[in-house]
Design a protein. Structure first.
Length: 352
């Protein structure tokens, strides 16, 4: 047969693949690797072609020539494994696939075998993450993880000892104390102790760390001395009864000073009360290490506490004397009147 006859019965086939380098098998015979021009195939038959490349699934197709018209085949090969892209926040976590270390995030992992696969992330100061995934041939998966920091330990103490501690406004107990399982972050820690200024500071906790904080507190106590005119007044400081003023001498207008120790620095509410007198409220400002004084003059008020029923009428006033022969009442502020016992029909004590 002539050369022209042979050329007339064979076709031109350019076989390409992505990626290149695939073995070309035509009807069971290896014909080289892609890309390759095949010139010996008959134009009178359909031909079965298989491309094989390590790590990829075999690609099978058939061709039939249209006379001597050249043919081009470009096959995209499919991985016989999967690809897993792994990211984490923060970055830098070690990625372990089926027990084998494969790099640090962010990382693209190829050749992940088909089937069930375990992916684990590990980073100092953070909890390990482990997840089982199922891979099919040609899969491309993306995994994104936010790592959870390991808790730390915070030890709190004060000088002097015994301060109460608050974290972000929540009471946590009296020191010294040790707080476990403190998550990473910035906390506002406050120490309070009676007689001392409270101290607040920011404490930053890193992942899995142990930290100690000592609060050296500064005293904030002063004292208050109160005297009244007249004596016998009840003294109330910030809602608490602290004593009664005592007479100084018979001819003294004011009482002795009532000493109130250990009063915290700052403004306070002082109330002075005595029956028959108007209540007085002051707001003394106490300074640390200082003695503050309050001199209070009370004003009489007319509040009747007795009513006398007599032959000539009823009289209300403040009882001054209650003698066997007579009764004296203050009928108005500063004015007293005496009533013989014989004229009194009835005595009614008001407010009782």
């Amino acid at each position: 047969m002539s050369m022209l006859a042979i050329l007339a019965t064979t076709g031109l086939l350019l076989v390409k693949s992505e990626p290149a380098g695939a073995n070309i098998v035509i009807e069971g015979v290896s014909c080289g690797e892609t890309p390759r021009l095949i010139t010996h195939l008959s134009t009178n038959h359909q031909h079965k072609i298989v491309l094989r490349k390590a790590g990829y699934m075999a690609s099978e197709f058939k061709v039939r020539f249209d006379g001597r018209k050249p043919m081009v085949v470009n096959e995209r090969l499919v991985l016989d494994s999967g690809v897993v892209n792994v990211k984490s926040e923060p970055q830098g976590a070690l990625v372990i696939v089926n027990g084998v270390e494969r790099g640090r995030t962010p990382v693209s992992l190829t050749d992940i075998p088909k089937g069930r696969t375990t992916v684990k992330l590990r980073l100092d100061g953070y909890k390990d993450v482990s997840e089982g995934i199922t891979i099919k041939a040609g899969d491309v998966l993306s995994l994104n993880y936010t790592l959870e920091g390991l808790p730390g330990t915070l030890a709190l103490s004060s000088v002097p000892a015994g301060a109460r501690f608050y974290i972000n406004g929540e009471p946590r107990g009296q020191g010294p104390l040790v707080l476990a399982d403190v998550k990473p972050g910035v906390y506002e820690v406050r120490a309070e102790l009676e007689g001392f200024l409270p101290e607040t500071r920011k404490v930053s906790m890193d992942n899995g760390t142990a930290r100690s904080e000592e609060f050296r507190l500064i005293g904030n106590m002063g004292s208050l001395e109160v005297r009244s005119s007249p004596a016998g007044a009840q003294i109330v400081l910030d809602g608490r009864n602290v004593g009664i003023t005592q007479p100084y001498s018979e001819d003294s207008e004011f009482s002795r000073y009532l000493h109130i120790p250990n009063v915290a620095e700052g403004e306070h509410t002082l109330v002075i009360r005595r029956e028959g007198y108007g209540e007085v409220t002051r707001h003394p400002l106490i300074k640390s290490g200082r003695v503050s004084k309050a001199n209070v003059r009370l004003k009489r008020v007319f509040v009747p506490n007795v009513e006398l029923e007599t032959a000539t009428g009823n009289f209300r006033g403040i009882l001054v004397k209650n003698e066997p022969d007579y009764v004296v009442i203050e009928v108005s502020l500063g004015i007293e009147r005496s009533f013989p016992r014989s004229d009194i029909k009835k005595i009614v004590y008001l407010g009782k």
